[in-house]
Design a protein around this ligand. Sequence first.
Ligand code: EZ4
Ligand code: CO
Length: 403
Amino acid sequence: MKITNARLIVCSPGRNFVTIKIETDEGIYGLGDATLNGREGAVASYLQDHLIPCLIGRNPFDIEDIWQYFYKGAYWRRGPVTMSAIGAIDMALWDIKGKALQTPVYNLLGGKSRQRMLCYTHANGRTLDDTLEKVAEKMEMGFEAIRVQSGVPGLEKIYGVAEKGKAYEPAIRDGLPYEETWDTAKYLRFVPKLLEKVRDTFGEDLHLLHDSHHRLTPVEAARLGKELEAYDLFWLEDTIAAELQQGFRLIRQHTTTPLAVGEVFNTIFDCQQLITEQLIDYIRMTVSHGGGITPMQKIASLAELYQVKTGCHGASDMSPICLAACLHLNLSINNFGIQEYMGYPDLTEEVFPHGYYFERGFLYLTDQPGLGVDIDEDLAAKHPYQQAYLPVNRLTDGTLYNW
Ligand code: EZ4
Ligand code: CO
């Protein structure tokens, strides 16, 4: 089999998505998600100008070799743009192989390690009471694990909280980045009260998660982790900006609250120390930004040695193709932990018809060959790309801060 063509489909059915479609001489094609929120054009150009020309004529079954060709062969390694581009190609190649052999990708990765996959969704509100209402709604929908975010008194706009009546979407498709404000002291005072209230209201069976979105210092994270121990979190996510992996040592020495990080990582080197020193409990890298299924299998294997589980990033800025790729990986490995799952607006679901489904708190894969996701190109074409940015964040005195 030979790759004859590869093209990009850039669309915005509710939000922007970049998709690669790789075609072969046997009529089989594969799909990969190349979406990098707010930087879509950079990945598209990396693929179009630099990777796709080297892809034509290759045997799509040589997945490891093609991955190495684009990773080592570029000389310039790593980084979210590069790795998202390689990740999209890798996903599409697994999709092709599954379709060619008429089997779901999880069978190529080792087969089913479980029947269903626990997932968590988001509940968020502008006030504590709004947030409690949202948690009740999500439990009503069957979710057994819920990430709880809330507006903080005294802060106007904050990460993770949707506009009233809308699903949460940080990237705004209109103009330049908008600005949020941040005050760590206000946040640290409020969050324990929030989680105490949620735990008291909904009881001990609900899995609770919370995301600090990289805004704390190690000692602040240690304090928060300690204060949240009583509320038995499933995990506390992205406490600190993780460029400094050893920063987690300090957090770890002070708290038994389980820690998760990794949605912005793109290679195994970003989490090597975190895993081998057992500084985290869940690795949050996802298939698209992590460079594909091929390297994610290796990361999961490294994590398995150190009893670290996976918790793939699955926010709605990863397309259903990436979510499906995560599900195939999740199903095949022993150290699966949980999958993030926000669901998608109806229009996105129509553009990307898929076989996986959600039922009573769990995600399931069907036995469709490949990844089990398609794209409706005609519908996608009716919703062209719109420039969009993630927000930036400033302290109340104007200092630029981590978003
Ligand atoms: O900020 O996906 O856990 N999920 C998150 C997400 C990320 C967005 C960035 O594009 O932190 O909301
Ligand atoms: Co996060």
